[in-house]
Design a protein around this ligand. Structure first.
Ligand SMILES: [Zn+2]
Length: 446
C-alpha cells in the first residue's frame, strides 16, 4: 500500500471500528501505571470476596485437612515461619506490636488470640477474621466441619479420595515417609465415612460399595457440602486409565476380604472409582475440586501429578456436565493450565500461587490468566493453621492481601497497555474475587 492508501485505510477503519484503533494494544505500559494502580486498589479492597479454597480452623483441630504435613518437609522461602510478612499480618489483624515472631514476642500473639477467642465465642471469632479482610464467605475444605465455623459463611468442601484406598495399603504406605503419613489418614477418612453410614465392614459386593459411596455423597450434600475435593496428586500419579466396571468389580471381589493388590490392579480399581466420582459430581451438581499444583513434602512428584495429566479426563465429553475447579491452577504450570479453561465446565482457582510467589510474580500469573480466559478464574487463599502462632488467621490475611494487590497491579498494566478500559477492569475484578465462583453453586453460596 502506498502512503495515501494507508491513510485512507486508517480513516475507514476508525470510522467503522471507533474504539478499536484508538485502543490498539501496545507492548509497554506507560508511566501512569502507579497512578492507575492507586486508583484501582481501594476499589478492589472494597469488593466482598468469595474465597474458593481455604482450610480454616485452629491449629489443634485434626479435621482441618484429610491429610497432614509430613515431618521435616522443605518449605519454599515465602511459606516459611520466619517470613517477616507474617508479623505484618499479625499487626493488621491483632495489633501485634513487634516486627518479628521470636518465641518471646510470639507469646504476646498467642495470649491475644486466646483472649479474643474467649470474647468472641461460638462462630464469632472466625467470622470476625473474615470481616476484617472483607471476605464474605470462605470455602472450608476440611475433613469434617466444626461447630466454631458458621456454616453460612464457611461452606463445606469434603474430601473424596479415600474411596480409592479400601484395600490393604501396606505397600502404598511403605512407598516413602510422606505416604507413611498420608495413606493411614486416608484409611481413617474412609472409616469415618463408613461410621457415618453405619457400615461396619467393606460391603461384600462391588455394587454395594458403589452404593455406599452414593450415600456418602448424598448425605454430605445434605449436610451442607457444596463440592467434593481430590488431593489424589499427593498419593499417586494423576494419569487415569479408563477401565470397565467389570474390571473394577473383579479386583474388588479379589481383595475386599484381604490380600495386597498388585500396583497395577490397585491403580486400575482407583481409576474406575475416580471416574465414577467425577460422573456422580455431574449428576448431583457437586463440582469436583482437584489439587493441581506442586505440593508439600519432599517426595511430591511434580511430573507424575502434572495438571496436564488430567486433560484426558476433563476434555472427555462424558463429563461435560461435571464442573471442574482446578485448585491452585496447576502452579508452577499455570501457563499451560489456563488453556484447560477453554472447556466450558473447567475453572481455575489461583490459591497457593499468591503465597508461593511474591505479588510481583503473582501479578504476572494473574495478568496472563486475565488476558486468556478472564471469566474462568477464581480467587482463593489456601489459608491453613500452620501452628499455634501462625494460624489460619495470618494466612488468610496474607493470601487476601497478596491477591488483591497483584490483581490491582495486573489490571493497571492491562489498562495502560490499552487492553481493557477501567470499567472493564473493575468488572473483571468482581468476577475473579466473587461472582464467577459463586455462580458455580447455583444459589448455595453467596
Ligand atoms: Zn489447600
Amino acid at each position: 500500500m502506498n502512503p495515501v492508501c494507508v491513510r485512507m485505510w486508517l480513516l475507514c477503519a476508525v470510522a467503522l471500528f471507533p474504539g478499536l484503533v484508538a485502543a490498539q494494544a501496545r507492548p509497554l505500559p506507560g508511566s501512569e501505571v502507579p497512578q492507575i494502580y492507586q486508583r484501582l486498589l481501594p476499589q478492589i479492597q472494597k469488593i466482598p470476596a468469595f474465597d474458593h479454597h481455604a482450610h480454616p480452623g485452629y491449629a489443634d483441630d485434626p479435621d482441618v485437612d484429610a491429610m497432614a504435613a509430613p515431618p521435616n518437609a522443605s518449605e519454599a522461602m515465602r511459606t516459611r515461619d520466619d517470613n517477616p510478612e507474617l508479623a505484618v499480618a499479625a499487626k493488621a489483624l491483632f495489633g501485634y506490636p513487634y516486627n518479628d515472631l521470636s518465641p518471646d514476642h510470639a507469646k504476646w500473639l498467642l495470649d491475644k488470640k486466646n483472649d479474643l477467642k474467649k470474647q468472641l465465642s461460638g462462630t464469632a471469632y472466625f467470622d470476625s477474621i473474615l470481616d476484617q479482610i472483607n471476605i464474605e464467605s470462605s470455602v472450608a475444605n476440611r475433613a469434617m466441619m466444626p461447630d466454631y465455623l458458621d456454616a453460612k459463611r464457611f461452606p463445606w468442601v469434603f474430601f473424596a479420595d479415600s474411596f480409592m484406598w479400601p484395600f490393604n495399603n501396606q505397600r502404598e504406605t511403605a512407598r516413602n515417609a510422606d505416604e507413611g503419613v498420608y495413606i493411614p489418614l486416608q484409611e481413617k477418612m474412609l472409616h469415618r465415612w463408613m461410621q457415618q453410614e453405619n457400615v461396619n465392614k467393606l460391603p461384600a459386593s462391588f455394587a454395594d460399595y458403589l452404593n455406599f459411596i452414593d450415600r456418602v455423597l448424598e448425605d454430605n450434600s445434605k449436610r451442607g457440602g457444596i463440592a467434593m475435593k481430590f488431593e489424589v496428586a499427593y498419593f499417586r500419579p494423576t494419569t487415569f486409565s479408563d477401565p470397565t466396571s467389570a474390571q473394577a468389580e473383579d479386583i474388588y471381589q479379589r481383595y475386599v476380604n484381604g490380600g495386597i493388590p498388585t500396583e497395577k490392579e490397585y491403580r486400575t480399581f482407583q481409576d474406575f472409582i475416580f471416574r465414577y466420582l467425577v460422573q456422580e459430581g455431574g449428576r448431583r451438581h457437586l463440582p469436583v475440586h482437584i489439587h493441581t499444583a506442586v505440593g508439600i513434602g519432599d517426595y511430591f512428584n511434580l511430573s507424575q501429578s502434572n495438571i496436564m495429566n488430567l486433560e484426558s479426563v476433563i476434555r472427555d465429553p462424558r463429563y461435560a456436565s461435571t464442573t471442574f475447579v482446578m485448585i491452585h491452577g496447576g502452579y508452577p504450570l499455570e501457563r499451560e493450565a489456563i488453556w484447560l479453561a477453554a472447556m466450558k465446565n473447567v475453572y481455575l482457582d489461583s490459591s497457593f500461587g499468591e503465597l508461593a510467589q511474591y505479588p510481583s510474580a503473582f501479578k504476572d500469573t494473574l495478568k496472563m490468566w486475565l488476558e486468556t480466559f478472564p471469566d474462568k478464574i477464581t480467587f482463593g487463599t489456601d489459608c491453613f493453621p500452620y501452628n499455634q502462632v501462625l494460624g489460619a488467621e495470618e494466612s488468610y490475611w496474607l493470601g487476601n492481601y497478596s491477591s488483591r494487590v497483584a490483581l490491582a497491579a495486573a489490571l493497571a498494566e492491562m489498562i495502560s497497555e490499552n487492553e481493557i478500559t477501567e470499567t472493564r477492569a473493575l468488572e473483571l475484578a468482581h468476577a475473579y474475587l466473587h461472582d464467577t465462583a459463586v455462580k458455580l453453586y447455583q444459589g448455595r453460596v453467596h
